[in-house]
Ligand binder design. Structure first.
Ligand code: BGC
Length: 352
């Protein structure tokens, strides 16, 4: 492992010197490719990146692709053709950008993978994200604590839902949660009545709320219509948690309401945290991630050392990508005001 780290630190250093000092910020154009405006978080990500880059004097080419891979590819082609100096990309599907990023590499344009790792291309220079494995572990541990699994006899009924199988983050979210929960499933303290437990069985194409809702409507009518209680739902993020909440509202009135996890503190989910229909969400402050990426862009453009704090975890199939991992925070009814409102991320009237 050590050897690998050294090799890749060297690669990172080379990446800087290979691009050299390009210029000063003034007037340089940065391409920012975001997946979709459907989810609040990506709107915040895009807006924060744009504002913070502009503050440093950059021109920003910010594009949203409506969750359509072909649209994202053509947006990136345009960024390359327009002479953007650095590309910051939150991919829709991690495996679909190899060809277009080969063009970026030919044109000597550094690429930062934003939030989601871009797979199987050697054109990615850096990765900036939240600690995705920790997000999954935090969700799993939340369920362990809420059900008091180390002391209670159980068994408790659990169902699970994660996101798009083409999003590399899913491996870390679901993997991190399962690293915590699997032992309780093996011990029989947690039971999954639907029997759906593999990543493919619990995945949700495009992280879509409708698809999550439809799958849970089926699960509820097949396994819980007889009054069986659902104790907990591991949901990897808020858009899938919302589908679960919608399905429960129309198809479940058993005595116990399940403990549901989530991620993002998305605007439509915060009222559910407040009224108790979603127990928690993992907050990833997009201002922090944007600030980090802006520092990375600035260092690349100026030929300075690029700040990273992880050179071991994220292999995109061509080697480890030097990464910066920000820290996620668990949010519940107890701390949502402090974390989301006092910090200025949202205003209270946005939930009314
Ligand atoms: C992000 C999550 C988000 C999900 C759906 C993931 O890659 O890390 O924050 O909820 O995509 O957009």
């Amino acid at each position: 492992m050590k050897k690998k780290v050294l090799v890749f630190v060297a690669t990172a250093a080379l990446a800087v010197s290979a691009f050299g000092a390009m210029a000063n910020a003034e007037g340089e154009k940065i391409g920012v490719a975001m997946p979709t405006q459907d989810l609040q978080r990506w709107n915040q990500d895009g807006a924060n990146m744009k504002a913070q880059l502009e503050e440093k004097g950059y021109e920003v080419d910010l594009q949203y692709a409506g969750n359509d891979v072909a649209t994202q590819v053509s947006q990136i082609e345009n960024m390359i053709a327009n002479g953007d100096q650095v590309l910051v990309i939150a991919s829709i599907e991690g495996d679909s950008l190899g060809t277009v990023l080969a063009q970026a590499k030919e044109n000597n344009i550094p690429v930062i993978a934003y939030d989601r790792l871009i797979m199987n291309t050697d054109a990615v220079s850096y990765y900036a994200t939240f600690d995705n494995y920790l997000v999954g572990k935090t969700q799993g541990q939340f369920l362990v604590d809420a059900l008091d699994l180390d002391n209670a006899d159980g068994p408790f009924n659990l169902e699970m839902i994660t996101g798009d199988p083409g999003d590399n983050n899913v491996n870390f979210f679901f993997g991190g949660a399962m690293d915590v929960l699997q032992k309780y499933i093996d011990d029989g303290k947690l039971v999954v009545p639907s029997g759906q437990m593999t990543k493919d069985e619990v995945a949700t194409a495009n992280w879509a709320t409708d698809a999550a809702q439809a799958r849970f409507e089926n699960i509820l009518s097949s396994n819980y219509a007889d009054g069986t209680q659902l104790d907990a739902v591991l949901a990897s993020n808020d858009s899938t948690a919302l589908g679960v909440i919608n399905a429960l509202a129309a198809n479940y009135d058993n005595d116990v309401y399940p403990i549901i996890t989530g991620q993002d503190c998305d605007l439509p989910n915060v009222p559910h945290i407040i009224d108790g229909t979603q127990a928690m969400s993992v907050f990833k402050d997009t201002r922090t991630l944007a600030a980090q990426v802006v520092d990375m862009v600035d260092a690349i453009v100026k030929g300075e050392e690029v700040p990273v704090n992880d050179t071991e975890t994220y292999d995109n199939g061509t080697g480890i990508i030097p990464s910066f991992l920000c820290e996620p925070v668990a949010v519940t009814l107890d701390n949502y005001k402090e974390v989301l409102i006092d910090s200025g991320y949202y205003t209270e009237d946005q939930f009314e």
